[in-house]
Design a protein around this ligand. Structure first.
Ligand code: PMP
Length: 282
Protein backbone atom coordinates (compact mmCIF):
# COMPACT_ATOMS: atom_id res chain seq x y z
CA UNK A 1 0.00 0.00 0.00
CA UNK A 2 0.98 3.56 -0.61
CA UNK A 3 0.34 5.92 2.29
CA UNK A 4 0.55 9.70 2.51
CA UNK A 5 2.79 11.26 5.16
CA UNK A 6 3.49 15.00 5.35
CA UNK A 7 3.44 15.81 1.66
CA UNK A 8 4.81 12.52 0.35
CA UNK A 9 3.39 9.30 -1.05
CA UNK A 10 5.48 6.42 0.27
CA UNK A 11 5.23 2.63 0.60
CA UNK A 12 3.77 1.85 4.04
CA UNK A 13 7.01 0.15 5.16
CA UNK A 14 8.90 3.40 4.64
CA UNK A 15 6.42 5.75 6.32
CA UNK A 16 7.81 7.38 9.46
CA UNK A 17 6.46 9.57 12.27
CA UNK A 18 8.55 10.88 15.18
CA UNK A 19 8.41 9.14 18.60
CA UNK A 20 7.94 12.69 19.94
CA UNK A 21 4.76 13.16 17.93
CA UNK A 22 2.05 14.49 20.25
CA UNK A 23 -0.46 12.18 18.64
CA UNK A 24 1.60 9.28 20.02
CA UNK A 25 2.40 10.85 23.42
CA UNK A 26 -0.84 12.74 24.24
CA UNK A 27 -3.47 11.54 21.74
CA UNK A 28 -3.17 15.19 20.64
CA UNK A 29 -4.70 14.73 17.23
CA UNK A 30 -7.92 14.25 15.33
CA UNK A 31 -9.05 11.95 12.56
CA UNK A 32 -11.69 11.31 9.91
CA UNK A 33 -12.82 8.17 8.10
CA UNK A 34 -14.40 8.61 4.69
CA UNK A 35 -15.91 5.72 2.79
CA UNK A 36 -15.25 4.99 -0.87
CA UNK A 37 -17.84 3.29 -3.08
CA UNK A 38 -17.03 2.50 -6.72
CA UNK A 39 -13.87 4.59 -6.38
CA UNK A 40 -15.77 7.70 -5.25
CA UNK A 41 -15.79 9.52 -1.93
CA UNK A 42 -18.96 9.59 0.16
CA UNK A 43 -19.67 12.98 1.79
CA UNK A 44 -16.11 14.28 1.48
CA UNK A 45 -17.19 17.84 2.25
CA UNK A 46 -18.96 16.82 5.45
CA UNK A 47 -15.80 15.13 6.70
CA UNK A 48 -13.57 18.05 5.67
CA UNK A 49 -15.80 20.49 7.57
CA UNK A 50 -15.86 18.36 10.71
CA UNK A 51 -12.07 17.99 10.51
CA UNK A 52 -11.74 21.76 10.53
CA UNK A 53 -14.11 22.05 13.48
CA UNK A 54 -12.23 19.38 15.50
CA UNK A 55 -8.92 21.10 14.77
CA UNK A 56 -10.27 24.53 15.69
CA UNK A 57 -11.57 23.21 19.03
CA UNK A 58 -7.95 22.22 19.77
CA UNK A 59 -6.48 25.53 18.50
CA UNK A 60 -5.12 23.96 15.33
CA UNK A 61 -5.58 25.08 11.73
CA UNK A 62 -6.50 23.04 8.70
CA UNK A 63 -3.15 21.78 7.34
CA UNK A 64 -4.28 22.54 3.78
CA UNK A 65 -7.32 23.69 1.85
CA UNK A 66 -10.32 21.56 0.89
CA UNK A 67 -9.17 21.01 -2.72
CA UNK A 68 -5.65 19.90 -1.76
CA UNK A 69 -7.15 17.47 0.76
CA UNK A 70 -9.52 16.11 -1.86
CA UNK A 71 -6.62 15.60 -4.28
CA UNK A 72 -4.75 13.48 -1.72
CA UNK A 73 -7.84 11.35 -1.05
CA UNK A 74 -8.31 10.77 -4.78
CA UNK A 75 -4.64 10.08 -5.41
CA UNK A 76 -4.57 7.39 -2.70
CA UNK A 77 -7.73 5.80 -4.10
CA UNK A 78 -6.06 5.75 -7.53
CA UNK A 79 -2.66 4.48 -6.38
CA UNK A 80 -4.12 1.73 -4.21
CA UNK A 81 -6.84 0.76 -6.68
CA UNK A 82 -9.63 1.19 -4.15
CA UNK A 83 -13.10 0.32 -5.45
CA UNK A 84 -14.92 -0.02 -2.12
CA UNK A 85 -13.12 0.87 1.08
CA UNK A 86 -12.15 3.53 3.56
CA UNK A 87 -9.74 6.43 3.75
CA UNK A 88 -8.32 7.21 7.17
CA UNK A 89 -6.95 10.70 7.78
CA UNK A 90 -5.14 11.82 10.91
CA UNK A 91 -3.79 15.25 11.80
CA UNK A 92 -1.77 15.67 14.99
CA UNK A 93 -0.18 18.75 16.52
CA UNK A 94 3.21 17.35 15.47
CA UNK A 95 6.48 16.54 17.22
CA UNK A 96 7.86 18.57 20.14
CA UNK A 97 9.83 17.99 23.34
CA UNK A 98 7.39 16.35 25.76
CA UNK A 99 5.40 18.96 27.68
CA UNK A 100 1.67 19.16 28.45
CA UNK A 101 1.37 22.71 27.13
CA UNK A 102 0.89 23.02 23.38
CA UNK A 103 4.26 23.80 21.74
CA UNK A 104 4.72 27.02 19.77
CA UNK A 105 5.02 26.57 16.05
CA UNK A 106 5.03 22.78 15.80
CA UNK A 107 4.42 21.45 12.28
CA UNK A 108 1.28 19.28 12.19
CA UNK A 109 1.68 15.66 11.16
CA UNK A 110 -0.70 14.67 8.37
CA UNK A 111 -1.17 10.98 7.57
CA UNK A 112 -3.64 9.28 5.24
CA UNK A 113 -4.00 5.62 4.32
CA UNK A 114 -6.60 3.42 2.66
CA UNK A 115 -8.30 0.18 3.64
CA UNK A 116 -9.79 -1.93 0.84
CA UNK A 117 -13.25 -3.31 1.77
CA UNK A 118 -14.67 -5.10 -1.25
CA UNK A 119 -18.47 -5.24 -1.07
CA UNK A 120 -18.58 -2.64 1.72
CA UNK A 121 -22.19 -1.70 0.92
CA UNK A 122 -23.35 -5.35 0.89
CA UNK A 123 -22.19 -6.27 4.40
CA UNK A 124 -24.03 -9.49 5.47
CA UNK A 125 -24.54 -7.89 8.92
CA UNK A 126 -27.05 -5.47 7.39
CA UNK A 127 -29.36 -8.45 6.69
CA UNK A 128 -28.66 -10.17 10.00
CA UNK A 129 -28.68 -7.11 12.26
CA UNK A 130 -26.35 -6.30 15.14
CA UNK A 131 -26.52 -7.58 18.69
CA UNK A 132 -25.38 -4.96 21.12
CA UNK A 133 -24.66 -4.73 24.82
CA UNK A 134 -24.82 -1.63 27.00
CA UNK A 135 -21.86 -0.26 28.94
CA UNK A 136 -21.45 2.90 31.01
CA UNK A 137 -20.11 5.86 29.06
CA UNK A 138 -16.81 6.56 30.79
CA UNK A 139 -15.23 8.74 28.09
CA UNK A 140 -14.16 12.33 28.53
CA UNK A 141 -16.62 15.21 28.13
CA UNK A 142 -15.67 16.52 24.67
CA UNK A 143 -16.89 13.66 22.52
CA UNK A 144 -17.86 16.15 19.82
CA UNK A 145 -14.13 16.50 19.00
CA UNK A 146 -13.05 13.53 16.90
CA UNK A 147 -9.78 12.85 18.72
CA UNK A 148 -7.64 9.73 18.30
CA UNK A 149 -8.22 8.91 21.97
CA UNK A 150 -10.11 5.65 21.29
CA UNK A 151 -9.12 3.32 24.11
CA UNK A 152 -12.49 3.30 25.86
CA UNK A 153 -14.36 2.49 22.63
CA UNK A 154 -11.82 -0.31 22.05
CA UNK A 155 -12.57 -1.67 25.52
CA UNK A 156 -16.28 -1.48 24.70
CA UNK A 157 -15.82 -3.47 21.47
CA UNK A 158 -13.85 -6.10 23.40
CA UNK A 159 -16.58 -6.33 26.06
CA UNK A 160 -19.15 -6.78 23.26
CA UNK A 161 -17.06 -9.51 21.65
CA UNK A 162 -16.63 -11.31 24.99
CA UNK A 163 -20.44 -11.24 25.41
CA UNK A 164 -20.99 -12.68 21.92
CA UNK A 165 -22.33 -9.34 20.61
CA UNK A 166 -21.21 -7.08 17.77
CA UNK A 167 -20.94 -3.74 19.51
CA UNK A 168 -21.82 -1.69 22.58
CA UNK A 169 -24.00 1.35 23.24
CA UNK A 170 -22.81 3.68 25.95
CA UNK A 171 -25.13 4.90 28.67
CA UNK A 172 -24.86 7.99 30.88
CA UNK A 173 -27.53 8.94 33.46
CA UNK A 174 -29.74 6.11 32.12
CA UNK A 175 -29.69 7.64 28.64
CA UNK A 176 -27.92 6.25 25.60
CA UNK A 177 -25.21 8.57 24.31
CA UNK A 178 -23.99 6.66 21.23
CA UNK A 179 -22.33 3.47 20.03
CA UNK A 180 -18.58 2.89 20.41
CA UNK A 181 -18.08 4.07 16.81
CA UNK A 182 -21.53 5.07 15.60
CA UNK A 183 -24.61 7.13 16.43
CA UNK A 184 -27.58 5.34 18.01
CA UNK A 185 -31.27 5.47 17.02
CA UNK A 186 -34.57 3.88 17.97
CA UNK A 187 -37.90 3.84 16.16
CA UNK A 188 -41.17 3.93 18.13
CA UNK A 189 -44.61 4.19 16.50
CA UNK A 190 -42.97 5.34 13.29
CA UNK A 191 -40.91 8.14 14.90
CA UNK A 192 -37.14 8.03 14.59
CA UNK A 193 -35.45 9.10 17.82
CA UNK A 194 -31.74 9.96 18.12
CA UNK A 195 -29.84 11.96 20.68
CA UNK A 196 -29.59 15.72 20.15
CA UNK A 197 -26.20 17.22 19.32
CA UNK A 198 -23.99 18.46 22.14
CA UNK A 199 -20.60 17.75 23.72
CA UNK A 200 -21.80 14.27 24.74
CA UNK A 201 -21.68 12.70 21.26
CA UNK A 202 -19.80 12.90 18.00
CA UNK A 203 -21.72 14.89 15.40
CA UNK A 204 -21.89 12.07 12.87
CA UNK A 205 -21.64 12.99 9.22
CA UNK A 206 -23.80 9.97 8.39
CA UNK A 207 -26.27 11.07 11.10
CA UNK A 208 -26.68 14.48 9.45
CA UNK A 209 -27.30 12.91 6.03
CA UNK A 210 -29.66 10.22 7.30
CA UNK A 211 -31.79 12.73 9.24
CA UNK A 212 -31.99 14.94 6.15
CA UNK A 213 -33.10 12.00 3.98
CA UNK A 214 -35.60 10.85 6.63
CA UNK A 215 -37.20 14.31 6.77
CA UNK A 216 -37.26 14.56 2.99
CA UNK A 217 -39.11 11.23 2.94
CA UNK A 218 -41.70 12.71 5.39
CA UNK A 219 -40.58 10.47 8.26
CA UNK A 220 -41.00 11.82 11.81
CA UNK A 221 -37.71 12.62 13.56
CA UNK A 222 -37.12 13.57 17.19
CA UNK A 223 -33.66 14.68 18.31
CA UNK A 224 -33.62 13.95 22.04
CA UNK A 225 -31.98 11.64 24.55
CA UNK A 226 -33.66 8.25 25.03
CA UNK A 227 -33.22 5.77 27.86
CA UNK A 228 -31.84 2.25 27.57
CA UNK A 229 -35.24 0.99 28.76
CA UNK A 230 -36.99 2.85 25.93
CA UNK A 231 -34.57 1.31 23.47
CA UNK A 232 -35.31 -2.23 24.68
CA UNK A 233 -39.03 -1.56 24.18
CA UNK A 234 -38.66 0.17 20.82
CA UNK A 235 -40.04 -1.21 17.56
CA UNK A 236 -36.63 -0.92 15.90
CA UNK A 237 -33.10 0.22 16.56
CA UNK A 238 -30.15 1.02 14.33
CA UNK A 239 -26.80 2.80 14.15
CA UNK A 240 -25.10 4.99 11.57
CA UNK A 241 -21.46 5.61 10.69
CA UNK A 242 -19.39 6.41 7.63
CA UNK A 243 -18.07 2.84 7.43
CA UNK A 244 -21.32 0.93 8.10
CA UNK A 245 -23.87 3.44 6.70
CA UNK A 246 -27.18 2.45 8.35
CA UNK A 247 -26.93 -0.79 10.31
CA UNK A 248 -29.95 -2.42 12.02
CA UNK A 249 -29.72 -3.45 15.69
CA UNK A 250 -31.78 -6.53 16.60
CA UNK A 251 -31.03 -7.03 20.29
CA UNK A 252 -29.84 -5.04 23.30
CA UNK A 253 -28.37 -6.88 26.30
CA UNK A 254 -29.98 -10.08 25.00
CA UNK A 255 -33.46 -8.49 24.71
CA UNK A 256 -34.90 -8.63 21.18
CA UNK A 257 -35.81 -5.23 19.76
CA UNK A 258 -39.22 -5.44 18.06
CA UNK A 259 -39.39 -8.68 16.12
CA UNK A 260 -35.66 -9.26 16.61
CA UNK A 261 -34.97 -8.78 12.90
CA UNK A 262 -33.90 -5.70 10.90
CA UNK A 263 -36.89 -3.34 10.83
CA UNK A 264 -38.55 -1.63 7.85
CA UNK A 265 -37.48 1.91 8.80
CA UNK A 266 -33.80 0.99 9.21
CA UNK A 267 -33.85 -1.06 6.02
CA UNK A 268 -35.49 1.74 4.04
CA UNK A 269 -33.11 4.38 5.41
CA UNK A 270 -30.14 2.21 4.50
CA UNK A 271 -31.40 1.90 0.92
CA UNK A 272 -32.10 5.64 0.62
CA UNK A 273 -28.76 6.56 2.21
CA UNK A 274 -26.77 4.32 -0.13
CA UNK A 275 -28.66 5.45 -3.21
CA UNK A 276 -28.43 9.17 -2.46
CA UNK A 277 -24.83 9.02 -1.27
CA UNK A 278 -23.68 7.19 -4.36
CA UNK A 279 -25.38 9.84 -6.51
CA UNK A 280 -23.63 12.67 -4.61
CA UNK A 281 -20.22 10.91 -4.34
CA UNK A 282 -17.23 12.75 -5.79
N1 PMP B 1 -19.92 8.32 17.20
C1 PMP B 1 -18.67 7.88 17.41
C2 PMP B 1 -18.17 7.78 18.81
C3 PMP B 1 -17.84 7.52 16.32
O1 PMP B 1 -16.60 7.10 16.54
C4 PMP B 1 -18.37 7.60 15.00
C5 PMP B 1 -17.56 7.19 13.81
N2 PMP B 1 -16.29 7.71 13.78
C6 PMP B 1 -19.69 8.06 14.84
C7 PMP B 1 -20.43 8.42 15.95
C8 PMP B 1 -20.30 8.19 13.47
O2 PMP B 1 -19.80 9.31 12.78
P1 PMP B 1 -19.74 9.34 11.19
O3 PMP B 1 -21.14 9.11 10.70
O4 PMP B 1 -19.25 10.69 10.88
O5 PMP B 1 -18.81 8.23 10.78
Amino acid sequence: RTVYVNGEYVPEEEAKVSVFDRGFLFADGVYEVTSVLDGKLIDFDGHAKRLERSLNELDMDMPMGRDALLDIHRELVRRNGIGDGLIYLQVTRGAADRDFAYPEGATPTVVLFTQAKPGLADAPLAKEGMKIISIPDLRWGRRDIKTVQLLYPSMGKMAAKAAGAHDAWMVEDDHVTEGTSNNAYIVKDGTIVTRHLGNEILHGITRAAVLRFAREAQMQVEERAFTLEEAKQADEAFVTSASTFVMPVVSIDGVAVGEGVPGPVATRLRDIYLEESRKAAI
